[in-house]
Design a protein around this ligand. Sequence first.
Ligand code: NG1
Ligand code: ZN
Length: 550
Amino acid sequence: MSQLPIESIRSLSDTHPKPPHIRFQYGTAGFRTLGSTLDSVLFRVGVIAGLRSKKFDGQTIGVMVTASHNPEQDNGVKIVDPRGEMLEAAWEAHATTLSNAPTTNDFLEALDALVRTTKIDLSKPARVVYARDTRPSGVALVSALEDGLSAIGAEGRNAGVTTTPVLHYLVKAINTKDTPESYGEDSEDGYFQKLGSAFQSLVSGRQPLEPLLVDCANGVGALAALSLSGCLGGSLPLILENTAIQSPGALNNACGADYVKTMQRLPPSLADRLKPGQRACSLDGDADRLIYYYLDERGIFRLLDGDKIAALVAAFIVDLVKSAGLENEVKVGVVQTAYANGASTKYLSGRLPVKCVATGVKHLHHAAEHFNVGVYFEANGHGTVLFSPATQAKLAAHQPSTPAQSTALNHLMNLTRLINQTVGDALSDMLLVEAVLAHRSYTGVEWDSLYVDLPNRLVKVVVQDRNAFRTENAERRLVSPPALQAKIDELVRRYDGGRSFVRPSGTEDVVRVYAEAVVRSQADELAFRVAGLVYDVAGGDPSKRPKEFL
Ligand code: NG1
Ligand code: ZN
């Protein structure tokens, strides 16, 4: 058995010391915090990714440097497993431990322990593909990552500046290259060509689509959307907005999917650009979230969020499966979280199986794998559709008995190429939505009218210790602090159509309160009153209690 290259790790690790007094955590979205504090984390992630690759016999591991929808000064990093999926949970804990080792010596000891406990054969090769978004801090962080890769002797492939979903795609494409499961050419261009050709086949013969306005959040999505639009053969005119990737401070600032969903309003920069009835969508800073919207004839903003996307897409796939003559063999299901609008859950459960899981894409992804076709979307616009390997084989082998069945089958096969099977991709999802709208001859108005959203409100509460909040039943109920859930229940009962739940955030040091009700003012009031209960139980200084918490 080979040994860890102690000297090479030691000398390079000393140039990337861990800042004292900071505790890092590999959370739902990887490591994510102020970009200026992450140098040692990136170095160590390089070493960890190398070991993870050795663990998989030299299969390629991915590393993405991004902080998604967070403000520009933040940055982060996540590790992607060989099939293009998120890092396995046990290794999230290893990554946390290694990132917090105070000194180089402690880091080396922790590495040694990891190699022994997880039985890594150090003689195996290590391969890592990595990319970053457009954040200015990304350049130096990638160079720290490269030091980590070189310290462990991993072969690195720099995929440059690209989106999170492209990086996930690359990992899967590289690891399946020249195999029967080949996922496509292992380049960004190869991916966009694949999406573009599937999209063009899906919409051929349909009415040409009206131009779509795309808010690129002043991030990497601007570059990606431009490349993608070159692969669409004019089938979907895109008007790209908020593409100022060089302007300091512009990233995600008053624009992007998170802004639109959270504020439930149009990015101010689009106010003069969007005409009533025109479709628009917003990407987030690493282009894995997508939110649609339009202005109605009175100029009022109408949101088409992840729940509306799930409803549109799931119903379409169910119809195609039926038209292809496969309804008894291919079961479509939907996965949501507690943040899904109650009206969407009602709409969907009347049509197909719906499962609710804890927040965080990995939970949705894993639950979706249990369906033949699993549609999952978070309300915030992150999601995709998974076709199980057995279902893909079934589609390939199915002999249609009528021309109509044959057409529907072809559409389904094209959907498997159009939809990213590794992780949610705003651009792939955007093409998916556009393809469905083209097939249904829907404008935003008809899509919007599938169901009417219940008014809702999401509030953050700063508490002394968010770990004091523990939940059950897919995070819909609190088990601690004791007695708080009973008080929430008591309050919720007083509101028509009221629903509210409280959970600790996995990405910020806050507790989130969600509430919905039949009337907007009631949803707001319920959210603020529940927030008040939370603050009183766990917030600390009563004089600092926010006054809106009634
Ligand atoms: P937290 O901070 O745990 O609520 C947020 C989003 C999740 C998910 C993660 C990862 C909400 C309410 N929560 O998680 O859905 O997207 O970030 O980015 O939108
Ligand atoms: Zn994102």
